[in-house]
Ligand binder design. Structure first.
Ligand SMILES: [Fe+2]
Length: 356
């Protein structure tokens, strides 16, 4: 993570880098209103802290397009700050509050952010021009362009968006992309026209052929990023952290002590599948696979006041299962910290075979 800060009247400007992803805070110095462009989920608190440090109030949360390579923070920040999510009108995301058409302006204090519809990387891609700079999303990168082989990408549309759109801006305009992997803060339209290898194919067919022959590897988490960014659904990490927030955990050592004391009223519940259970389980454990939990719980766990220790193989499924049990009224449900794998590796006893 790296933050660059420089000041140029009348705006306050911040770049936040998360790996190769770039987010920008742009604020009006006079009114203290700001917009946040392409925020990333892991930096939620940082954006709010940066705005507070500079005395800015974030008024708009903007995604330049549906991201396929990271998790957008716009929806979560919108809930926390009570401000609208802004995207191009072609965005499929249902949580967008303000859908811009090309040419429309966002008013941020005395600043005017003008949307330029630039489909190609995705159908909903837009660039935002303000003062001496343009936020190009993944349409134009420093020395590159966005890829066009992901869902809704179109190399022909990107050609037109570049050569008929963003590259017609004044050559002195500064380019701030949504990705930069070499640590450069920005470039200019003129520099890109002169030096960007992808822009040297000025013929439409040659440009399309070049884009189709790139053979790029898929970004990590592409399916999950598209699912959550397009629908406003939750990531797996969010589901787990929300469950963990309402669940207490028991250590391996504490469970071992409970089992040895034999006076314990603890029910030990294995939520893995039957074959894993029969290969080796915690002595005295009962089997109730996660997939059957809600439907069999009334037969298997007749006393909702009992203390129930839940475990699975790695400690993740059991966290979700324990949260479910607590939501169903089993207030004594607790998850094993570490799961069966940790129990096995620590050399604690195992029993093989069916339930005793
Ligand atoms: Fe992208």
């Amino acid at each position: 993570m790296r933050c660059d800060r420089f000041r140029e009247r009348p705006m306050l400007f911040e770049t936040v880098s998360t790996g190769g992803c770039r987010s920008y805070v742009i604020g009006c110095e006079e009114s203290c209103a700001a917009a946040l462009i392409d925020p990333e989920l892991s930096q939620l608190d940082r954006y709010i802290a940066l705005a507070a440090r500079d005395g800015l109030r974030i008024r708009y949360l903007v995604d330049t397009h549906t991201h396929a390579d990271h998790f957008s923070a716009t929806q979560q920040l919108a809930r926390q700050l009570g401000v609208p999510v802004v995207m191009h009108s072609a965005s499929p995301a249902p949580f967008v509050d303000l859908r811009l058409q090309g040419g429309e302006l966002l008013v941020v204090g005395r600043l005017r952010l003008q949307a330029l519809h630039t489909p190609g990387h995705t159908r909903d891609s837009m660039c935002l021009c303000v003062e001496d700079r343009v936020f190009t999303g993944d349409t134009l990168l420093i020395g590159g362009t966005g890829r066009t082989d992901l869902p809704s990408g179109d190399a022909g549309a990107l050609y037109e968006s570049l050569f008929e759109g963003v590259l017609k801006l004044d050559p002195s305009i500064k380019v701030f992309p949504a990705h930069e992997y070499k640590g450069r803060s920005h470039s200019t339209i003129g520099q890109e026209l002169a030096e960007n290898p992808r822009l040297q194919k000025r013929d439409r067919d040659a440009f399309i052929e070049m884009m189709h022959s790139l053979n790029l590897t898929m970004p990590t988490h592409v399916t999950e990023a598209l699912r959550t960014n397009m629908t406003g659904g939750k990531t797996v990490a969010q589901m787990l952290s929300e469950a963990a927030a309402i669940v207490p955990f028991m250590s391996l050592g504490e469970l071992s002590t409970c089992l040895e004391s034999r006076r314990s009223e603890l029910i030990v519940l294995d939520v893995r599948e039957r074959d894993a259970f029969e290969e080796g389980h915690i002595p005295g454990a009962r089997l109730l696979p996660r997939g059957q939990l809600e439907l069999r719980v009334n037969q298997e766990l007749t006393d909702p006041t009992r203390r129930i220790l839940v475990y699975c193989e790695f400690g993740r499924v059991s966290t979700l299962a324990t949260a479910t049990l607590r939501q169903m009224g089993f207030g004594g449900a607790v998850a094993l910290d570490g799961g069966m794998k940790a129990w096995r590796e620590a050399g604690y006893p195992l029993t093989a075979g069916k339930e005793s």
